[in-house]
Design a protein around this ligand. Structure first.
Ligand SMILES: C=C(OP(=O)(O)O)C(=O)O
Ligand SMILES: [Mg+2]
Length: 433
């Protein structure tokens, strides 16, 4: 089945920044649409997000050049191609761009087309998107890692230094129950914050931004919120933290403004070790900065047996960097963000390589999002077991979780919920505080 039309336009994302939306039509009339997300705490080696230099509009953040690249350079080349040839199309996109970092056409332009092609092909194949991506056996529903306290750059540095405090309700029996627990904990946290006279405004990913006095305080607040809904922290629900530490790493030091601390890498690892001993943390993402490669190995040696040590900014979903990370044994998992690399096929290559080496793959949204739910189907399709897509609130976040509900319903009893299988600790249960 041939592609008959590809058309991009500029829309707004959840932060009011311009982003790309791509429509794709097939010769038989099948029509699909995809939206491209955008990050704020961005790794330096991410594929290039093309933005306009025109300061008169959107402070220079427009994506009209990228839109134009889709409509006048990419579209004429891929119209007439067989929509089921994903890899061929992705390779063509890469060669049309011709640069290593996709800076010519823009990774945002390229990704929008790559994902639209996949979605259109799934409809042509008469398969749900997750089955088209992963085959008929795909049935593993992920644990939703819900980011309910935001800090760092996602909170304009008005709250905790750490960017994301996530809850992982792995003790539930289904995705639906896990999501329901997440929502109840979110509401319970809101009540607790009000009681304590904290504000209940939210950050970029829908989590609250209390003006806490330490980076551990969010963990205490959430623990209480969990207890208040009758669940057990550690047994039913664990924590994940993404400090996004590249954002507060300067001249070899980690600057924790909240606590007036300047820590070297080893002291920063000590700090995390204490947190992991005191709270049931099951995953630490970007504990160290992307420029602190050698100390990642120490972090992984110290904590990697018991928890997932995930690299985001340091790996940027780039196969060559992940290969080096596996060789140097600096982590045990990779964050998977499609727009960090720019095509579906290259993202799947990273997943396959990571899995061959027993690394975890933690699927992620971006802090600037659209209502596109592609990553929900992606995580089930590839059976990756866990996903983070913000708080169980705000349309662009819940649309991904809601799509997972629909997938679980579609599989009607034939699905498996990842639950505690995602935990590294051999006893299958995180330590209780
Ligand atoms: C989702 C994240 O934030 P951003 O999209 O801003 O990189 C992250 O750091 O994992
Ligand atoms: Mg991150």
């Amino acid at each position: 089945m041939k592609i008959s039309q590809v058309k991009a336009r500029q829309i707004l994302d959840s932060r009011s920044n311009p982003t790309i939306e791509v429509d794709c039509t097939l010769e038989n009339g099948i029509f699909v649409r995809t939206g491209v997300p955008s990050g704020a705490s961005v790794g330096s080696k991410e594929a290039f997000e093309l933005r306009d230099n025109d300061k008169k509009h959107f402070f220079g953040k427009g994506v009209k050049m990228a839109v134009n690249n889709v409509n006048s350079i990419i579209a004429p080349e891929i119209i007439g191609m067989d929509v089921t040839k994903q890899r061929e199309i992705d390779e063509l996109l890469i060669s049309l761009d011709g640069t290593k970092d996709k800076s010519n056409l823009g990774a945002n332009a390229i990704l929008g087309v790559s994902l639209a092609v996949c979605r259109a092909a799934s409809i042509y194949a008469n398969l749900p998107l997750f089955s088209y991506i992963g085959g008929l056996g795909a049935n593993l529903l992920p644990v939703p890692f819900m980011n309910i306290i935001n800090g760092g750059v996602h909170a304009n540095w008005q709250g905790a230094d750490f960017q994301e405090y996530m809850i992982a309700p792995y003790g539930a029996k289904s995705f639906e129950e896990s999501y329901e627990w997440g929502s109840e904990i979110y509401q319970s946290l809101k009540s607790l914050l009000k009681e304590k006279r904290y504000n209940v405004s939210v950050g970029d990913e829908g989590g609250f931004v209390p003006l806490v006095s330490s980076n551990e305080e969010p963990l205490d607040l959430i623990s209480k919120a969990v207890e208040n809904v009758g669940l057990s922290i550690g047994r039913d629900v664990g924590f994940a933290i993404d400090p996004a530490s590249s954002e507060f790493y300067k001249d070899g030091k980690y600057i924790l403004k909240n606590q007036n601390l300047e820590l070297d890498s080893i002291s920063m690892i000590d700090y995390y070790e204490k947190i992991v001993n005191d709270y049931p943390v099951v995953l630490l993402e970007d504990g160290l900065a992307e420029y602190d490669w050698d100390n990642w190995k120490i972090l992984n040696d110290r904590l990697g047996r018991n928890i997932e040590i995930v690299g985001d900014d340091i790996f940027v979903t780039n196969l060559n960097i992940v290969k080096k990370g596996v060789l140097d044994n600096i982590a045990n998992a990779v964050l998977i963000k499609l727009n960090q690399i720019g095509t579906l096929s290259e993202t799947i290559d990273v997943v396959n390589f990571a899995r061959q080496h027993n690394w975890g793959c933690f699927v992620s949204h971006r802090s600037g999002e659209t209502t596109d739910s592609f990553i929900a189907d992606f995580v089930v399709g590839l059976g990756l077991g866990h996903i983070k897509t913000g708080a169980p609130a705000r349309g662009e976040r819940v649309e991904k979780y809601n799509q997972l509900l629909r997938i679980e319903e579609f599989l009607s009893g034939k699905s498996v919920f990842a639950g505690k299988s995602i935990l590294k600790k051999s006893n299958g249960e995180a330590q209780s505080s």
